[in-house]
Design a protein around this ligand. Structure first.
Ligand code: NZQ
Ligand code: ZN
Length: 388
């Protein structure tokens, strides 16, 4: 295991009824910007519960943050926040609302043009001094954004989708009430399970470094998703299954699985470009890229693929190659069982615009991806061709 420092400062408030506890986390004299998405939180009562918890506090609301949050929308929220002199941001939604709110919280304290936060991050130069304190009410278990320091922001005007990270945007607290996920449409439930699964895989299925706790934590999360992912699709109001899926998704990307181990993220980086160019949901891109990536990089990842085959899929018989084939097929089968197609063609796209995607990867400096930089543009091209 390599040296690591782990900064995990988000206070988690988990369980039914926890939205009311926001009252203990935000000062009575705070000026709060409440952010949300396209209206699901109005329909399912979550926003009403948030308003009740905020009570008499000064609050302004900004709705309309879209999936894959767009820079053009977010800068409007920054203007509103400046006008109203807000000193707290409360995000009520899924990964897009939370990521968008991290951007808003950072931009409110940023002197330059807000988009620079993303370009500076891409160039490895971002150093934010501060951000407005952020709290979160999570409504979609998927991204892990509720307890991490990352955000992914899109800019439709230029076809970009970029990541920034800063310790200042760690949510101060995150409410995780599994009952708020009962209203998720099946597509979003499934997306969340696939996204969390791939987060674990990108930090686990690399090369062995004898990190036993991280490996077994990863395997525990994967097994939980395989067990309860399909269950929440057929029984959306099964509290225990929803709670397990919710906690699995948070644990998948809060820093614990990836502490001191090699990390891959090639599937995610290629996936972000696929969303930017073709508009696929984030998890849909992962479902198409990951099986192709594992197949193409099976020699490099051989030892971990065998461990994954054994411990996650119970594949212990047959040749090593047959077990690896079995593990990749089982992964694909799991995504399909969740209702998420694993080829681009499954989304009605006849020919993915591979040359454009490769040009964007190059623009964004994504030319040596993977745990040891082995995913060059040629490898990305082969992955995209196999995923078509
Ligand atoms: O907008 P509303 O009306 O709220 O509807 C949303 C949206 O249409 C709906 N939804 C959310 N909670 C619901 C609900 N509908 C009914 N009941 C509920 N309880 O779900 C739709 C999708 O929401 P979105 O937030 O876009 O989904 P997700 O959580 O999957 O977030 C995806 C975004 O996060 C980024 C992705 O790239 C993408 O932009 N990611 C962020 C990461 C991070 N910060 O660490 C890591 C990830 O790898 C990922 O890249
Ligand atoms: Zn993801």
């Amino acid at each position: 295991m390599h040296n690591f420092s782990l900064h995990a400062p988000t206070k988690v408030l988990f369980g039914q009824g926890q939205i009311a506890r926001i009252a203990d986390e935000i000062p009575a004299d705070a000026r709060v910007l409440v952010t949300y998405g396209g209206g699901s939180v109005e329909r399912n009562g979550v926003l009403a519960a948030v308003r009740a918890a905020l009570g008499a506090r000064f609050a302004v609301e900004f709705g309309g943050i879209e999936p894959n949050p767009d820079h053009a929308t977010l800068v409007q929220a920054v203007d509103l926040g400046r006008r109203e002199r807000v000193d707290h941001v409360l995000a009520v939604g899924g990964g897009s609302v939370i990521d968008g709110s991290k951007f808003i919280a950072a931009a409110l304290h940023y002197a330059g043009a807000p988009w620079e936060i993303l370009t500076e991050a891409a160039a490895g130069r971002l150093a934010l001094d501060s951000a407005v304190p952020l709290g979160v009410v999570l409504t979609l278990p998927a991204t892990g954004s509720e307890t991490n320091d990352g955000a992914v922001i899109s800019r439709r005007a230029t076809g970009d989708k970029l990541v920034f990270k800063s310790p200042h945007v760690f949510p101060r607290f995150a409410v995780l009430d599994p009952t708020v996920t009962y209203s998720l449409p099946p597509r979003q439930t499934a997306n969340g399970v696939v996204d969390a699964f791939v987060h674990v895989v990108e930090q686990y299925l690399t090369v062995p470094v004898d990190a036993k706790v991280q490996d077994r934590l990863a395997e525990g999360i994967l097994l939980t998703l395989v067990e309860d992912g399909p269950r929440v699709l057929v029984a959306p109001e099964d509290y225990a299954a929803r709670a397990n899926v919710m906690w699995a998704a948070t644990m998948a990307l809060n820093g614990f699985v990836g502490a001191g181990v090699p990390q891959d993220w090639a599937t995610h980086m290629i996936g972000h470009e696929l969303t930017a160019i073709h508009g696929l949901d984030h998890a849909q891109t992962l479902a198409v890229v990951l099986p192709a990536m594992l197949q193409l990089r099976r020699h490099h990842k051989r030892a971990k693929l065998l461990q994954y085959a054994d411990r996650v899929w119970g594949l212990r018989d047959g040749s090593e190659d047959a077990r690896i084939d079995g593990a990749i097929a089982a992964t694909r089968g799991f995504f399909e069982r969740m209702g998420v197609p694993t080829q681009v063609a499954g989304y009605g796209i006849r020919a993915p615009r591979i040359a454009e995607i490769l040009a964007k990867l190059q623009d964004h400096g994504m030319t040596a991806l993977g745990e040891q930089g082995g995913v060059t543009l040629d490898v990305s091209q082969a992955v995209l061709e196999a995923a078509a």
